[in-house]
Structure formats: structure tokens, C-alpha cells
Write a protein that binds this ligand. Structure first.
Ligand SMILES: Cc1cc2nc3c(=O)[nH]c(=O)nc-3n(C[C@H](O)[C@H](O)[C@H](O)COP(=O)(O)O)c2cc1C
Length: 355
């Protein structure tokens, strides 16, 4: 099924290190994606602008069993050089495995070479984005746009599957359609069935349409229907997972094999441990300010190891603002992070508000 280069064929299977809390699964079934054992069926979504290496490592240490890097445009991956400003985009550390790399693009011919580059960089799973609703993506015939053209979408799947070694699963991320029309629904199922027939190992479904963007709820009834339709094939659900309770409810109410936490993990990486504890019937733990400080500090140090100080500052300002929601003085903390002009000033915010 593959025409991968010998370099890729010779690569040993990736190291699987899990460093998060070891808590029993409760009544949940462990998740597997192709030949990659994931375990706890609650994973961290690809999050553009957020799920860089440091965020992924933090999520792993706090219980995420699998994380995905933010989406990358295939041509960007092909042109990516070892420049200081961009090289972190392809950086995968040992402790992250298994980790997914996600591609988005318009031309099927670009996906294979870009996917190979992600495999060479160390990503264990290649995910294809057929969901992004952003104007520039849809206008550029990328992301969610492909839900309107099943033949092109399936050509992308075939080319990607053929380009990467057999031991690397290829997966899809889809919204439930372009819009609410019957044609859109029919195209969704054509792509879903066609993708599984071409060897895709799992499909993550976000229960909103592209047209809907983020307005209104994610349709969990649709997720249930997709899982019933897919039978033994692996379906991961997405949409409106803001609490540990919601993660368990989606798993139990829709029957999906796994759930993908997105906005619910931005500023609350503890959600993974919270859902593990809830599933195991253990009492809930809320992170106090010293735990919040520890994790913010860790993420900042990890950022400094992989990016320049100016980039670390803008990333950690953004995360600080998100974490501030948990703080009892959230408005003041938020504004203190937002106005930090150096990493040293950002650390002073921690000293002042998180002591
Ligand atoms: C800021 C942001 C960035 C996102 N980036 C990506 C991405 O890179 N790739 C992707 O497949 N989905 C992306 N998504 C979609 C999420 O993975 C998820 O499907 C969606 O947010 C629904 O889940 P939620 O309602 O629980 O947030 C993004 C969502 C947000 C809010």
C-alpha cells in the first residue's frame, strides 16, 4: 500500500512514553488508532495557534493520551527550513509520543511529500484536515472546502496513504458537512466511507458544519449516527467538550471510540486528569494557584527551549490570559499578562499573582 522511501521504511517504531497520571480506565474502552495504542480515550485536538510542542507536553504530563500539532499547510511544510523562527513547528520530543501532525492544503499532489516530511520529523500519525472553516482556508480551497468535493478529498486521502509507511496511521478530521443540506450530508458519508476503504485508521468528526463555524451547538446526535454507520471503524467525537463530565457524556451517549478536547483544554490542561479521575470514580481535584503557577512556569520554560524570547513572550501572554480565567482575580491577572513586555515581566506577574 505504500511507496515510501527506504529511509522511512527503515525507521524503527517510535518510542511510546507516557508520563501522565496512571489512573484506571473505569468502564471506558481503550482507544487504538491503527496499530498505535492510545489508551485513555480522551485526546487533545489540533489547535491552530496553540498546540505547539510545549502545550502538547503539558497536556501529556497532565493526562492526555495523544495530542495533535496545530494544522500546517502542506506547502509550508515542504518549504520549512531549519530557521530559528520556524523549526519548532517540526520539533517532536521523545515524551510526546504518540503525537499527530496535521496537514491542510488544496492540491492532492502536495499532501504525500508533506506527509513524508512530517513522518521524518517524528510524527506518529498523519491527520488530514477537512474541517477548517476559516475564510482564507475555505477561499483557498483547503480545509472544510473539501467537504464539497468528495473526489478531490478522496484523492488527497489516497495520495497521503500511499506516501507514508504502513506502520504510520493516516486519519481524517471532518466537520459534519459544509452546511445542513441533504447533498452536504451525502458527501460527508461518501468521504467517510471512501476514506475508510482507502485505509484511513480513524476519523474525528466535529458535529458542526463549516457554515456554522462556532455558532450553535455541536450535533452529538450526528456523532451517534456516524458511529453506528461506521460500526467497528474508529470514530473520535469533537465539539463542546468543556468539562470532564462532557467528555464522559459524549463517550457514553454517542458510542464514539474517543473524544477530542479542543477549546476546553486551552487554559485548562488539567481537564485530562479530571476526566481520568471522574471515569475512575475518584474525587475531583481543582488546581490551586501554586499548581497553576507550576504549569504556567513549565510551559514558559519549554517555550524558551524551542523558540526565541520574543515568540515565547507572545505565546505565554496568550496562554496567561487563558489561564487567568481560573484565577479569583481574573480581570487583573488577565490584564497583567496582556501588558507584560518581556519574559521577565511575565514572570513577575506569576510572582505577584500566583504566590
Ligand atoms: C483556536 C482554535 C484552533 C483550532 N485549530 C484546529 C486545527 O488546527 N485543526 C483542527 O482539525 N481543528 C482545529 N480546531 C477545531 C477543534 O479541534 C475542534 O474540532 C472544535 O473547536 C470543536 O471542539 P470544541 O467545541 O470542544 O472546542 C480549532 C479550534 C479552535 C477554537
Amino acid at each position: 500500500m505504500t511507496n515510501a522511501t527506504s529511509l522511512l521504511d527503515d525507521m524503527p517504531p517510535p518510542i511510546r512514553s507516557y508520563t501522565g497520571p496512571q489512573i484506571a480506565l473505569g468502564d471506558l474502552r481503550p482507544l487504538t488508532i491503527g496499530n498505535v495504542p492510545i489508551g485513555f480515550p480522551v485526546v487533545q485536538a489540533a489547535l491552530s495557534g496553540y498546540s505547539d510542542g510545549p502545550m502538547r507536553i503539558v497536556a501529556r504530563r497532565l493526562g492526555a493520551s495523544y495530542t495533535l500539532a496545530e494544522v500546517m499547510i502542506d506547502r509550508f511544510v515542504l518549504e520549512l527550513k531549519q530557521r530559528r523562527r520556524t523549526r519548532h513547528r517540526l520539533l517532536v520530543t521523545d515524551e510526546e509520543h504518540p503525537v499527530g501532525g496535521q496537514l491542510m492544503g488544496s492540491d492532492p499532489a502536495d499532501f504525500g511529500p508533506a506527509a513524508k516530511k512530517l513522518v521524518e520529523a517524528g510524527f506518529d500519525i498523519i491527520d488530514i484536515n477537512f474541517g477548517c472553516p476559516v475564510k482564507t482556508a475555505v477561499g483557498g480551497c483547503r480545509g472544510g472546502y473539501h467537504l464539497s468535493q468528495p473526489d478531490v478529498a478522496l484523492e488527497i486521502v489516497s495520495r497521503t496513504r500511499a506516501a507514508v509507511p504502513d506502520h504510520i496511521p493516516v486519519t481524517l478530521k471532518m466537520r459534519r458537512g459544509l452546511d445542513d443540506s441533504d447533498e452536504s450530508r451525502e458527501r460527508f458519508f461518501r468521504i467517510l466511507d471512501g476514506a475508510f476503504a482507502r485505509g484511513v485508521a480513524a476519523v474525528t468528526v466535529h458535529g458542526r458544519t463549516v457554515e456554522q463555524r462556532y455558532v450553535g451547538p455541536s450535533n452529538w446526535d450526528f456523532l451517534r449516527e456516524v458511529k453506528q454507520h461506521a460500526g467497528a471503524k474508529t470514530i473520535i467525537g469533537s465539539g463542546d467538550l468543556f468539562t470532564a463530565q462532557a467528555c464522559l457524556e459524549m463517550l457514553r451517549d454517542t458510542g464514539v471510540d474517543g473524544v477530542s478536547v479542543a477549546r476546553g483544554a486551552i487554559g485548562n490542561p488539567w481537564i485530562f486528569e479530571q476526566v481520568r479521575r471522574l471515569a475512575a470514580g475518584l474525587p475531583q481535584l481543582e488546581p490551586d494557584v501554586s499548581e497553576q503557577r507550576r504549569v504556567l512556569n513549565l510551559q514558559c520554560e519549554l517555550c524558551l527551549q524551542s523558540t526565541e524570547e520574543s515568540q515565547t513572550l507572545s505565546t505565554m501572554r496568550m496562554f496567561g490570559i487563558k489561564f487567568a480565567r481560573m484565577h479569583s482575580h481574573h480581570a487583573e491577572v488577565r490584564s497583567a499578562f496582556a501588558t507584560a513586555r518581556s519574559v521577565a515581566a511575565w514572570r513577575e506577574v506569576l510572582d505577584h499573582w500566583y504566590s
